[in-house]
Design a binder for this molecule. Sequence first.
Ligand code: SAH
Length: 354
Amino acid sequence: MTDLRSLSRETLAAELAALNLPAYRADQVFAWLQKRGARSFAEMTDLSKADRARLAERFTLSACAAERKLVSAQDGTVKYLFRLADGEYVESVVMRYRYGLTICVSTQAGCKMGCAFCASGLGGFSRDLLPGEILGQILEAQRDLGEMISRVVLMGMGEPLDNYGNVLAFLRLISHPDGLNISLRKISLSTCGLVPRIHDLRRERLGLTLSVSLHAPNDAVRDRLIPVNRRWPLAELLPACEAYARDTSRRISFEYALIRNVNDSPACARELAGKLRPILCHVNLIPVNDVPEQGFVRSPAAAVAAFAAELEQRGLPATVRRRLGGDIDASCGQLRRRQTMQNLGTPGAPAPLK
Ligand code: SAH
């Protein structure tokens, strides 16, 4: 059965018209699903019981149930582990900034990209999320917190451009005036570099911010960290980014996780500055979250500062990302991995959560 929350405003109207429901019903149902975060048809109390029953016969409502919630004592960051209807788990993180709440949502359960330093891929790939399931993370977090979310980053588990159709449908739903009505200017999408999809996204002219997980100044280093680079090397990725910035007039945000003795030397910084100079962009430096299995360790603070200074000196704007929620495993994939290993009774699974 079709997930009603995943349907566009137009398709929803057509489906309800086909059931001989009056047009205003589509307005009500869209608001229930998109704005009010209804979890069931029974909640839609301004519809007749008979209408609710007819909807329930033909459609499902994607579920996104908070299985665990962790709140950082340090900075108020909230992490949710959501359980989807089929038992898959995804994670979302809500961060508190001066200008409001930002949520980081997942777009897939698991990931196929296999980046060497990333926890999300370790458990393998399960499936794409539906538009309604990406939206559901935001609706459930708002409902739980009793506060509105003002910014969204598609930077949780999964590769958004590997679930392109559903992610695009989600972007249309969330920015719909009758839905949550969050401007695409307040949304960032992060990709590890699926070049053909970057070009597709550019042609959509959506006005969202594109973040690119670069993490390396050359193919030798990037091949090792991000397998996708072997398919679309920097000679293809960087021109795609340049075209995106040019055609959308939006600054690209390059993510660069600093890993000790892998990509954090001053020579790396100089090489990076040289390659990014023609692009309207900004570099976001992230001290890597240690991955002991791979021998990846965070760069010392002095190396991070020196790296940033090299970039700035060469005219490349750079910031060092503040680390939020360090006490609650707030980074991508960490919690799902823990939950899955526990469910499977995997020996050596990380300590259980309280
Ligand atoms: N697939 C998308 C979005 C999800 S990953 C992408 O690759 O951009 C979100 C961000 O977290 C990416 O920039 C990713 O490279 C980064 N990341 C993953 N593991 C990390 C780690 N151990 N330390 C720091 N950043 C990490």
